[in-house]
Design a protein around this ligand. Structure first.
Ligand code: ATP
Ligand code: MG
Length: 198
């Protein structure tokens, strides 16, 4: 039996779809902080994206699984999708702490998400559940941080899921922005082609 993980990163996101910006951030934080693993946690429904129709959770989860194949430092947790409903980070972290007793959790957020941290449900409790790690994101200035968040600079990848969805709709290439298996999955399952507005 392998030893229990003691330092675990968690990158929450809609991952609609997962792209190389997510993977570069997860990989960089893993190395910079000497983590055992980084878990990608796809949301079920995102509170800040109500009214926005994301691809089905099973598809987003499967694309995450395909994206991390072959890299043991990265894994995917279905904890938020299995809980269902709107995903709140406070629940993600509470459930992961139950599943990984004794582990120190590091919750990773990009500069854009970090800006809204104080609006998150039970924001004041989040710091008790995990350490928060901000990562730089191309095009988003780092907000002024009042608390002791760790910051990790990641190689700038000016890619977003919104951009990937737009490209699919426009017939523009997404190869090299997302892992090849993800691009294949999008094509095979005909995701993002049927126009909705972002
Ligand atoms: P969307 O355009 O649909 O909002 P996104 O590309 O922002 O998609 P999310 O699933 O919203 O992806 O992001 C999940 C997490 O990953 C967030 O904390 C976000 O800040 C971070 N992130 C996303 N893209 C990058 C990137 N290129 N570099 C660094 N961090 C990123
Ligand atoms: Mg986003």
């Amino acid at each position: 039996m392998s030893a229990p993980l003691s330092r675990v990163g968690v990158l929450g996101g809609t991952f609609d779809p997962i792209h190389h910006g997510h993977l570069a951030a997860a990989s960089e934080v893993c190395a910079a902080l000497g983590l055992d693993q980084v878990l990608l946690a796809p949301t079920n429904r995102q509170p800040f994206k109500e009214g926005f129709d994301s691809a089905p959770a099973e598809d987003r989860l499967e694309m995450c699984r395909l994206a991390v194949l072959g890299d043991d430092r990265l894994a995917v947790t279905p904890v938020d999708i299995e809980r269902g409903g709107i995903t709140y980070t406070v629940d993600t972290l509470t459930d992961l702490r139950d599943q990984l007793p004794g582990a120190q959790l590091y919750f990773i957020t990009g500069a854009d998400a970090l800006e809204r941290l104080s609006e998150w449900r039970e924001a004041e409790r989040l710091g008790e559940l995990a350490r928060f790690v901000g990562v730089t994101r191309a095009g988003h200035p780092l907000p002024q941080l009042d608390t002791a968040h760790t910051l990790v600079e990641v190689p700038a990848m000016a890619v977003s899921s919104t951009d990937v969805r737009r490209r699919v709709r426009a017939g523009a290439p997404i190869r090299y922005l997302v892992p090849r298996a993800v691009a294949d999955y999008i094509a095979t399952h005909d995701l993002y082609a049927g126009g909705w507005d972002d």
